[in-house]
Design a protein around this ligand. Structure first.
Ligand code: MG
Length: 289
């Protein structure tokens, strides 16, 4: 099932997207529930409640404005750095230079501020005067469905509600300037997400691919299966002594082909359009302004 958050008739609604992605049927939710988007459904499922009723009318997806499925996560988006071998190699002399060594044993984990989440078609603002090195990172996002702490790898996928598409937009110069990555990852609008959440029962992440195009030119394409630390390992690692809650989001890392890895590096400029696809799930496309 594909679950989307969108604006229709001037109000936020949550709906079920048809399997071909062309229509969406709103759920009959109170306005206060719909305000948190698909998060309302994730949290009600965690309480053991059934899905709400659908309202009668399906509408064309073209007639609504899709938002991020969880427009404002309750807390920071968990993110994983250096999680595909070829990407680790392409940035081994720059971003990952200071992080070599123990990263073979433990994933790099950082976060993005929840306020930087924007929708699947929203503009991304280049932070003029602050960074000259804006880059894209196409990623599969995991949405946690049930609370857990010290989750064992063999139990981890039972805690997954579904999956989404994320562009982990990054200011490389700011990322490398500070010991911690959060600043270079958390500029306003730096977390395009969507176009919906696909529930885990209908998506086999391991058989999927993550792809990215800039202005129509393909830059990234990798099987999800090429991750260094797989999804159960990431959930196990992040939940060590830290409770994960329904609606928590984990961006699982990006494959090779980011702008900084090109020779010479190529960064995003105003007018560029970045499209990120997770095969079998959906795609997001954002203009940089
Ligand atoms: Mg990333």
């Amino acid at each position: 099932m594909r679950l989307a958050t969108f604006q229709l008739n001037g109000r936020r609604q949550v709906g079920q997207v048809s399997s071909d992605g062309t229509k969406v049927t709103p759920f009959a939710l109170m306005e206060a529930q719909a305000a948190s988007g698909v998060l309302a459904l994730v949290e009600s499922a965690a309480r053991g409640e059934p899905l709400p009723q659908l309202s009668a009318q399906a509408v064309s997806i073209e007639s609504v404005q899709l938002e991020a499925p969880i427009p404002r996560p309750r807390r920071n988006v968990w993110c994983v750095g250096r999680n595909y071998h070829a990407h680790a190699k392409e940035l081994s002399s720059s971003v990952f230079k200071a992080n070599s060594g123990k990263t073979d044993e433990w994933p790099i984990v950082f976060t993005k501020a929840p306020e930087c989440v924007v929708g699947p078609r929203a503009d991304v603002q280049l932070p003029g005067g602050v960074s000259e090195q804006i880059d894209y990172e196409a990623e599969l996002g995991v949405v946690i469905g049930s609370q857990g702490k010290n989750i064992r790898p063999e139990d981890a996928l039972h805690h997954v509600y579904g999956y989404t598409v994320i562009n982990d937009v990054t200011a490389r110069d700011v990322q490398m300037r500070h010991q911690q990555w959060d600043m270079g990852k958390s500029f306003d609008t730096f977390c395009p997400m969507g176009p919906w959440i696909q529930t885990a029962d209908e998506f086999d992440a391991l058989k999927s691919r993550v792809r990215c195009w800039v202005n129509g030119e393909q830059r990234q394409d990798s099987p999800v299966d090429n991750m260094i630390f797989d999804i159960p390992t990431l959930i196990e690692t992040i939940s060590r002594g830290i409770t994960l809650y329904p609606g928590d989001i984990i961006a699982t890392g990006t494959p090779a082909g980011v702008g900084m890895g090109l020779k010479p590096p190529v960064f995003l400029k105003a007018g560029d359009v970045v499209r990120v696809e997770v095969e079998g799930l959906g795609e997001i496309e954002n203009r940089f302004v």
